[in-house]
Ligand binder design. Structure first.
Ligand code: ADP
Length: 317
């Protein structure tokens, strides 16, 4: 067994990256970070089996940013991810990690004007995080060139498979220069056969890292339920127990979301909603207001809320 690494300082990281990680408030690596970062820095391909919430993003973000050559103006790392929300979040986290190193990461995803992305790509982006469909689009238009990509990261590979992206992923992977210099990191909560196959055909002697459910970074969460005759009244009472907080309320349907938002607003709660019928601009706006604390309650359908990552949520209902 290798010596157990418990600190970011013990890893082979530059001052710039270490300081950025410290600024993010990360004091100790989470288990997946402690295992993945040293392997990735040594140049290994890594398969990480981990759920969301384990600190996966930094587990691949830190070694990726560390290995970017600031003087090379080309795209050097590419992250594939299933949804635009995840693409945006990952890019935000990468930009934080790359703050002092001045490494720019751009998210590209379907639903945003491609011209805007093309313009942004011209500004010396070194890392691109994208959804497979939109990435293919850019590759075919030659607005994203992969010749200098030496790191390829697949995040939530099983989700991408479920969403029917497997052929797109294969196309993208075969466009990235093969060979000794390419490093591939693959993360997935489960390992269905097509993902195993992908790993076998495109990865070199991958090292496996497994993190169980119990090792999430999330500390303790209290779980309660209430029996009530009138759900809405019960909800308001729960909301009134605390005078401040950030709440996410899940509803089953879009109509439930709209109805609840209207009812809460009438009672004076600052509630916004998120569901699949909204445009990307509307969703971004709601998310921004919720992050900034201008909304105290976000009501969402399960699907619309997938992959959102917001600090300091106090209650999930
Ligand atoms: P995943 O990608 O596994 O879903 P994230 O990378 O989004 O998980 O991490 C979940 C949350 O934990 C994020 O808010 C992230 O900023 C935070 N986090 C990640 N690593 C650490 C760490 N080492 N220390 C403190 N917080 C962390």
């Amino acid at each position: 067994m290798e010596e157990k690494i418990i600190k970011f300082e013990d890893m082979q990281l530059s001052k710039k990256v270490l300081n950025a990680v410290r600024d993010m408030g990360f004091e100790e690596p989470s288990p997946i970070q402690a295992q993945t970062i040293p392997l990735a820095l040594e140049g290994h391909d890594v398969i990480g089996q981990a759920q969301t919430g384990t600190g996966k993003t930094a587990a691949f973000g830190i070694p990726t940013i560390e290995q970017i050559d600031e003087k090379n103006k080309y795209i050097q790392a590419l992250v594939l991810t299933p949804t635009r929300e995840l693409a945006i979040q990952i890019a935000e986290e990468f930009n934080k990690i790359g703050k002092y190193k001045r490494v720019k990461t751009l998210p590209v995803y379907g639903g945003q004007m491609i011209d805007r992305q093309i313009r942004a790509l011209r500004f010396g982006v070194k890392v691109v995080v994208g959804t497979p469909g939109r990435l293919i689009d850019h590759i075919r238009r030659n607005t994203i060139k992969l010749d200098h990509v030496k790191m390829l990261i697949l995040d939530e590979a099983d989700e991408m498979l479920d969403m029917g992206f497997i052929e797109d992923i294969e196309e993208i992977m075969s466009n990235v220069a093969q060979g000794e210099n390419r490093q591939t990191l693959l993360f997935s909560a489960t390992m269905p056969a097509p993902i195993e196959k992908l790993a076998r055909s495109y990865m070199h002697n991958p090292q496996k890292v497994m993190i169980s459910r119990e090792q999430l970074t999330v500390p303790s969460v209290d779980q309660l339920y209430f029996e009530t005759r009138d759900k809405f009244e019960g909800l308001c009472r729960v909301l009134d127990i605390e005078d401040s907080g950030k709440y996410i309320i899940f509803c089953r349907t879009k109509k439930n979301v709209d109805d609840l938002q209207a009812s809460l607003q009438v009672r004076g709660y600052m509630a916004g909603s998120l569901h699949g019928d909204m445009s990307q601009a509307q969703r971004d706006r709601v998310m921004r207001r919720f992050r900034e604390g201008k909304l105290e309650i976000l009501i969402a359908t399960d699907v619309a809320a997938r992959g959102i990552d917001i600090d300091d949520i106090s209650h999930v209902i």
